[in-house]
Ligand binder design. Structure first.
Ligand code: NCD
Ligand code: ZN
Length: 353
């Protein structure tokens, strides 16, 4: 029997579950199975669905549809949209946080005008966070809004040296900003992008070795969270003439980070802060009593398509040797997952927020 390490249930604050409208890529059952298999007992779902989650009716319908299908707890982001800023107070009752897309990525959600930004900051409750997709100088826009409105702003998937250095400076100046980085931006570079083709294409794009080095240098200080940005697309979509950006990550993130712990690149305590404690604190997420995961700390395995729960069925990390596979997951005292098998029914997770 390999040595099993007990850890708290992990939290992924950046998952694309694709319901409604993208069920060929992922659905509530397959996405939350992938989460549990990756050690996550709480995930936050992104709003760039079809239709996007920008109205109380869509949010309510999506929450209703999720409840009977999910294997882990799920909170839902609300998307910022110029046409729906008046509905933000109503949306805040059931959404966990507001997501503002300042830069182009998959889906139509985008905010590129100042009146909408003002409306978002005025209308979204101060009790719940604002998260931003901001690349390059858009990060400075977000920092400016955090300063002007004196309220927290969380930056999604920071990937460049100058971005992380700017956030470090903003934090040193006392501004209420936080940030996440993804495992793919920590473990892959633009060399891998060339090798992987569209299967290594996402937003933000993979970066240079210097950018990757800067992220690692800030892992114990400026970076608050690891988030997967699990963004599944089908193989056929990725191989098409118009490949959408995004890569899956729920099932590889903990093993990648745990392998880095074994290699001495970060401490186990820091991994827990980045993947459980800080996400819970920043997003004000409920505690999960009697909830834990057991991780196999000895047996190395090769990432392969066969073992994956995600409906998309591929990974940018195929063929990698990793340690840190999840052996067992217990949620609120109930066994959910043991040795690769789900032993609880769908609906054992809860919709939160
Ligand atoms: C995401 C997706 O596919 O929804 N794609 C991506 O490249 N990361 C959108 C996003 O998070 O920007
Ligand atoms: Zn995303």
């Amino acid at each position: 029997m390999p040595r099993l390490l007990k850890l708290p249930g992990l939290i992924d604050i950046h998952t694309h579950l694709r319901v409604p409208g993208g069920e060929q890529k992922e659905d509530f059952a397959t996405g939350t199975r992938a989460a549990i298999a990756g050690g996550f007992t709480t995930i936050l779902a992104m709003p760039n669905t079809t239709p996007p989650v920008v109205t109380p009716a869509t949010l309510a319908a999506t929450r209703r549809q999720a409840q009977p299908a999910i294997f882990c707890d799920v909170g839902f982001f609300v998307g910022a949209s110029p046409a729906h800023t008046a509905e933000l107070p109503a949306l805040a009752a059931a959404g966990v946080a507001l997501k503002i897309y300042l830069n182009d990525t998959f889906g139509p959600l985008r905010v590129d005008d100042l009146p909408t930004l003002h409306a978002c900051f005025r209308n979204w409750t101060r009790a719940k966070p604002i998260a931003m997709h901001a690349e390059g100088q858009s990060v400075a826009v977000g920092i400016g809004l955090a300063a002007a409105y004196r309220r927290p702003v969380h930056f999604c998937h920071i990937s460049r040296r100058d971005e992380i250095e700017l956030i470090a400076d903003a934090k040193a100046a006392g501004l209420p900003v936080t940030c996440e980085v993804t495992p793919h931006h920590l473990f892959l570079t633009d060399d891998d992008a060339a090798r992987l083709g569209t299967f290594g294409d996402m937003r933000p794009r993979l970066a240079s070795q210097s950018d990757v080095d800067a992220l690692w240098a800030h892992l114990n200080t400026t970076i608050d969270c690891i988030a997967t940005d699990h963004a599944p697309h089908t193989r056929a979509e990725k191989a098409s003439e118009t490949p959408p950006p995004g890569v899956p990550g729920l099932e590889t993130s903990l093993p990648l980070m745990f392998t880095a712990v074994k290699a001495g690149r970060l401490s186990l305590a820091r991994l827990i802060a980045l993947m459980a404690d800080n996400p819970r604190r920043i997003f004000g997420l409920p505690a999960q009593p009697d909830t834990f995961i057991e991780v196999d700390t000895d047996t190395s395995f090769t990432v392969s398509e066969k073992g994956l729960q995600t409906k998309c069925g591929w990974s940018p990390f195929l063929e990698r040797e990793l340690v840190g596979r999840v052996h067992r997951v217990v949620l609120r005292g109930a066994e959910i997952f043991v040795n690769g098998t789900f032993v609880a029914p769908p609906g054992c997770g809860r919709v939160i927020g």
